[in-house]
Design a protein around this ligand. Structure first.
Ligand code: HEC
Length: 398
């Protein structure tokens, strides 16, 4: 795609995705909070289960949670369902724009699997669909309907298994974003396949003056709880592109699983806190999982420490490597076929700029080896070792 068109399209779709996501997740957090904070009305009112007073943006608001009788059924109800649909749709568009349109930069890692862009795109889409179908099948089966821990554990293993599989064939970022995308698809599809139909039958039953079918309500509740616990892990995955120490780790699937567990434990703490139960154990659990996670990420492949007896590296050699492997993109006027502007504004053409960015270069070239992307310019291990030694020796310019 033409560079500027691609950039603007990316910016607009990403913005839409984030805004819809805020609308959806924000509303669901708000309703969790509302439910937890509703109090019995001071003066009992017929049909009112709970009420709540709030002050916001220059006004007072009173919310009531009520049992409606058929006669009181309002003609218009707000559903909060389009946010979920559009978050899902724009999310899939982002996946296409970033990972499928530029598969050779972002999705394919020839060191893991030498796929063509068509093959990689096919595997990505099939994995998303199969993962979602497996989740639906699991929760619609007898096993899932029974509830309890076993189907939850099976769901966790399913998603973790897909994370392991994808990390073996895709670039780190590609694998992470597909796992996040799968969870996002599960979440937004649940709204439409289970939660909204559950609410629809409740409305229908109320209109007809009968009691709703408790099985629908139970399934809707189940999916809402899943969505709630997937929220923080998904948001973490969506932001992980900024943190190469996560997706760039050789065991990045383990980093992802542990980080998801930390996020879910924190989520549990927040849920309990909302209910007015201040319990320390979820936070302690989160910390207990974070310690090995932190340790794991410090054990990357590379290391910038000085090795004994290492010959001093001349800056001229470093500069030649950067000119050969980096400047096709990281230059004021890149010559790369995809990048017509220096990515992240990073220009590595002068000694001063190279030196000033030594720690960033260390992170991407030595520690996580996430640059060059998909090793597009075929940097060798010897060249990485040279950069490592130069940085360990104090990134000198002589
Ligand atoms: C094919 C183009 C391409 C090549 C070649 C390339 N990079 Fe990058 N680089 C990118 C892109 C795209 C990004 C932004 C996305 C990301 O961070 O992964 C980036 C980001 C970076 C960043 C992060 C900048 C920041 O602000 O955090 C560093 C550091 C970096 N590259 C260093 C290098 C070095 C050193 C080389 C050569 C060994 C190199 N890159 C080769 C495309 C390239």
């Amino acid at each position: 795609m033409e560079f500027f068109t691609g950039d603007w399209l990316n910016a607009i779709v990403r913005l839409a995705h984030v805004i819809f996501g805020i609308g959806w997740i924000g509303a669901s957090f708000y309703f969790m909070w509302l439910d937890a904070n509703m109090a019995k009305p001071v003066q009992p009112k017929t049909g009112v289960e709970g009420e709540l007073w709030m002050v916001h943006s220059g006004g007072f608001y009173r919310v009531e949670k009520i049992h409606v009788s058929p006669a009181e059924m309002p003609p218009h109800l707000h559903w909060f369902k389009w946010e979920a649909a559009f978050t899902g749709i724009t999310g899939f568009m982002m996946l296409c724009l970033v990972f499928y349109a530029d598969a050779s930069v972002y999705l394919i890692d020839p060191a893991k699997a030498d796929l063509t862009p068509v093959q990689a795109t096919f595997i990505g889409i099939v994995t998303l669909l199969a993962g979602w179908a497996a989740y639906e099948g699991l929760w619609r089966s007898q096993f899932g309907q029974k509830g309890g821990w076993p189907p939850l554990a099976a769901t966790f293993l399913l998603i973790a298994g897909i994370a392991v599989f994808l990390s073996q064939i895709f670039s780190g970022r590609g694998a992470f974003l597909h796992v996040g995308g799968l969870m996002g698809i599960i979440m937004s599809a649940s709204v439409w396949t289970v939660i909204v139909p559950g609410q629809q039958q409740l409305i229908q039953a109320t209109r007809e003056g009968r009691k709703g079918d408790p099985a629908y309500a139970a399934a809707a509740k189940q999916r809402s709880v899943h969505n709630n616990y997937m929220t923080l892990p998904v948001v973490f995955i969506m932001l992980s592109g900024h943190y190469p120490s996560t997706y760039g780790h050789p065991q990045n699937w383990l980093v992802l699983i542990l980080a998801a567990l930390v996020a879910m434990a924190v989520n549990h703490f927040l849920n309990m806190h909302n209910k007015g139960e201040m319990k320390a154990w979820p936070l302690l659990l989160a910390a207990a999982i974070f310690v090995p996670l932190y340790w794991l990420t410090t054990q990357g492949t590379g290391s910038a420490s000085l090795k004994p007896g290492e010959a001093p590296v001349a800056f001229a050699e470093v500069r030649a490597v950067i000119a050969g492997r980096c400047n096709s993109c990281h230059a004021a006027k890149p010559t790369d076929d995809t990048f017509k502007q220096p990515p992240n504004g990073l220009v590595l053409e002068t000694p001063q700029k190279i030196r000033a960015n030594a720690q960033k270069i260390n992170a991407r070239v030595v520690l996580t080896q996430t640059m060059p992307p998909a090793n597009k310019t075929e940097m060798t291990d010897e060249e990485r070792a040279l950069i490592r030694a130069w940085i360990a020796q104090g990134s000198r310019l002589d």
